[in-house]
Design a protein around this ligand. Structure first.
Ligand code: ATP
Ligand code: MG
Length: 336
């Protein structure tokens, strides 16, 4: 008898309103396709979450399609993976409402991201911003995900999700898998090109600090050339050389070279040469992804079909969980 194998499930949703940067790429995105060997993965575009900052409708539509194409260009549509848009699966809203009723106002009020975002968007502190973590909990619990790859800033939200899931399971019996953070192999941590003591971030207001994964070769070169360095003019990894350390990290992540090798390669050369080489390495690293992304965007019929298939597959999984949770809390299904 063949052994029955069930893979653990990984879930990750990306926001359509901010394009990922090279840090996201080497730290997370480029590793996702390979994960299909070991896990069943669910990837989505979190377009409902994007509404909390009231994007312009045409921009949101375009960015959602682009983010979906990005997920496909990363090679994520393989194995048993599901790739979809959140708004195509109404179960996200259904479960989010239910979870709202099992989340205490006090615990939601402790979320630091709500406090940060309500300061950032002081003119639009909407309830969606406040209940963002319960929608995120629904995203995760709907698919019975075992693992969620998250950045440090989502830790608190995942903790809330775990608490709510445990509370619900405690009240009604096993309903949701309680998810854990996914700790991948230690990826490189890329810092801002302009302030190399701070990590590269999508929400950095200075566009020169981050290389977007959709930047053109000319933009990449320009950003690398204007990266902050030091006055020593020696490519070596050392304390106090944050800018050069960071460029070396990026170069290493894109070429697979060790720091020692890089130091030898650039011995006696200036920062100008090094920066050009970093830019070229980034361009080459991103080239296959960018080519596939552009190819997909020019094939809208394919994207439409892939989105429909993704939504069907996602709904099959999500509807099961919502049905179960609805029954447990005593909602009458009108059939029996
Ligand atoms: P934001 O500023 O909106 O928080 P972010 O750039 O921090 O955006 P996240 O969406 O928080 O990106 O993180 C997405 C994934 O990318 C996570 O897995 C996180 O660990 C990884 N990541 C984020 N920033 C970096 C970075 N600078 N270097 C390496 N990995 C990163
Ligand atoms: Mg972050």
């Amino acid at each position: 008898m063949p052994e029955l194998q069930t893979k653990k499930k990984v879930l990750s949703l990306i926001q359509p309103t901010a394009v990922p940067h090279i840090g996201n790429y080497v730290g997370a995105l480029r590793n996702w396709a390979g994960m299909a060997d070991d896990y069943d993965c669910v990837y989505g575009v979190a377009d409902l979450h994007a509404l909390t900052i009231r994007p312009e409708p045409p921009a949101l539509r375009r960015q959602s399609l682009e983010a979906f194409a990005m997920l496909l260009a990363l090679g994520l549509r393989r194995g048993n993976n599901v790739v979809f848009l959140q708004s195509h699966v109404p179960e996200h809203c259904q479960l989010a409402w239910l979870l709202n009723c099992y989340t205490q106002f006090g615990e939601a009020s402790r979320m630091t991201q709500f406090k940060d975002k309500s300061t950032q968007h002081a003119d639009n502190v909407n309830v969606g911003l406040f209940t963002y973590p319960t929608l995120m909990a629904a995203d995760i619990l709907l698919y019975q995900a075992d693992y969620v790859p998250i950045g440090a800033d989502q830790k608190q939200h995942l903790e809330l999700c775990r608490n709510v899931a445990e509370r619900f399971n405690g009240l009604y019996g096993q309903t949701f898998v309680v998810p854990e953070p996914y700790i991948g192999k230690i990826g490189s941590r890329v810092m801002s090109l302009q302030e190399p003591t701070k990590k590269m971030s999508k929400s950095d207001p200075n566009p020169k600090g981050a290389i977007s994964i959709l930047d053109t070769p000319a933009e990449i070169l320009k950003k690398c050339r204007s990266a902050v360095t030091d006055s020593e003019a020696c490519v070596r990894h050392a304390d106090g050389k944050d800018g050069i350390n960071n460029l070396m990290t990026i170069y290493a992540a894109c070429t697979g070279k060790a720091f020692g090798e890089i130091e030898q390669e650039f011995a006696g050369k200036g920062y100008g040469d090094f920066k050009n080489a970093v830019a070229e390495a980034v361009v080459e690293e991103l080239r296959p992804f960018q080519e596939e992304y552009r190819r997909l965007l020019s094939d809208k019929a394919y994207l439409i079909q892939a989105a429909a298939e993704g939504a069907d597959a996602a709904r099959r999984l999500a509807a099961k969980t919502v049905g179960k949770a609805y029954r447990k809390v005593g909602l009458w299904d009108g059939r029996r």
